[in-house]
Ligand binder design. Structure first.
Ligand SMILES: [Zn+2]
Length: 379
């Protein structure tokens, strides 16, 4: 089982725990470290697969919870599976739906069996269990599927977090039993909240299950960024060196750079596309609001050094005009640029790991304190 998946470490950093490698999947390789754009409903909002490929995307993410509600996994399977349905022939990862059920759904009830919640679409009662999540993900057909886990909120007590972490392990065992497709790799998720000893125990326990990959979940749920860094630094090195490591839902420059320095390989986040829809460009570590007056008559590209379609063809003034007019093309161009920018950031780090310059070249992101930069507040 899972012989089609492997992680190859090509280079490790001497100053940090960073590593550059290749994750092999049935739909092609992922050169790590790498940022993965999020296509919630089997599309990265306002961007075509061809544009996504040009932006440098290799693996993309899609959300089981959203696809289960609309259009439903049977329709995706009827369309030939997720790859064919969304016309993306590269690797795809689906999450388990757990995070959305715990963070978005109202009226949910958690038991040992699973989670019951009310569909926001039609009010229907839906039950999601480890078995059901895996069944849905098997039907969708992504290359990497995620275990169904319990993600406690940041405010949860230690007792609650411990109970959720233990339950996540029991649910993972049920996911492994339920998983039916050897052409899909099931990743386990390390939970444990802000408690480093719980994180360590979970990482060690999960490693014994010899899964094809591991994720760190339950971060970026409201904890201070410094605490997230500590969690990642304490957890990532405990995960097996010969398997890919994925940090879920993290996508700012600083968080990515620091997680890579801790040994993480894969990232996903909605930030590049969500900011694009707010008229915001990510440029060399800063956030630019294109509605600002300074851009109205600025005829230079967003970033002269960026190879993306938006920067090669359009000016800041033009994109500012589109944003002010709420034209959909504004969101497409900004999404293309922001995705390209974040992927290039991880590619540049990869290159620096090969050249032995990561710790010095990216020292700005690795050492800077939170108070020194206001550029990455999440909106
Ligand atoms: Zn660009």
């Amino acid at each position: 089982m899972n012989t089609t998946f492997s992680y190859e470490c090509l280079q490790t950093c001497k100053q940090t725990k960073a590593r550059a490698g290749i994750f092999h999947t049935p739909h092609g390789i992922v050169e790590t470290p790498r940022f993965m754009p999020v296509g919630t409903l089997a599309n990265v909002k306002t961007v075509t697969p061809a544009q996504l490929k040009d932006a440098g995307a290799q693996m993309v993410l899609s959300n089981t919870y959203h696809l289960h509600l609309q259009p439903g996994e049977k329709i995706v399977a009827g369309g030939g599976g997720l790859h064919k349905f969304m016309a993306w022939d590269g690797p795809i990862l689906t999450d388990s739906g757990g995070f959305q059920v715990f963070s978005l759904s109202e009226m949910r009830k958690i038991t040992e069996e699973g989670v019951t919640f009310r569909s926001p679409h039609d009010g229907q009662i839906i039950k999601l269990t480890p078995e059901r999540s895996i069944e849905i993900q098997n039907t969708l057909g992504a290359d990497v599927i995620m275990a169904f886990d319990e993600c406690p909120p940041y405010e949860a007590t230690r007792q609650e977090v411990e109970a959720a972490t233990d339950r996540t392990y029991r649910w993972l065992e049920r996911c492994i039993t339920a998983h039916q497709r050897p052409d899909q790799a099931l990743f386990g998720i390390v939970q444990g909240g802000i408690y480093l000893d719980l994180r360590s125990k979970a990482a060690v326990d999960l490693t014994k299950l010899n899964l094809p990959g591991y994720a760190i979940g339950g971060v970026s749920v409201g904890e201070p960024p410094e605490l997230m860094t500590k969690i990642v630094q304490a957890t990532a090195p405990l995960l097996p060196a010969n398997k890919p490591r994925y940090l879920m839902g993290v996508g700012t420059y600083r968080e990515i750079a620091r997680a890579i320095a801790a040994g993480v390989d894969l990232f996903d986040c909605v930030i590049p596309t969500r900011w694009a829809r707010h008229g915001t460009a990510m440029v060399k570590g800063d956030r630019w609001n294109l509605k600002n007056a300074q851009f109205r008559e600025d005829f230079s590209p967003l970033d002269e050094s960026c190879p993306c379609y938006a920067c090669q063809n359009f000016s800041r003034a033009y994109i500012s005009h589109l944003v002010r007019s709420q034209e959909i093309l504004a969101y497409t161009l900004l999404s293309i640029h922001n995705i390209t920018e974040l992927i290039r950031f991880t590619q540049r780090i990869r290159q620096a790991i090969f050249q032995g310059t990561f710790a010095t070249e990216f020292a700005h992101w690795l050492n800077e304190s939170e108070s020194e930069s206001q550029s990455e507040e999440i909106i």
